[in-house]
Design a protein around this ligand. Sequence first.
Ligand SMILES: [Zn+2]
Length: 56
Amino acid sequence: MAVKCDPYHTITEEKPEQRDVYHDYKDCPQGSRIKPENWQSGKDGRPRCDDCIDMD
Ligand SMILES: [Zn+2]
């Protein structure tokens, strides 16, 4: 089962599909690709990631 966590996002623009969204599942395929140095806690006013929505 997917495990929910506190919202997080990436501060980089390395991949277009990773921009401007936040994640709240640890197992999100997009969120799990965020490198530790680019990981940032919080929503940052962004919409929710489509993959995270699909895991509800
Ligand atoms: Zn996500």
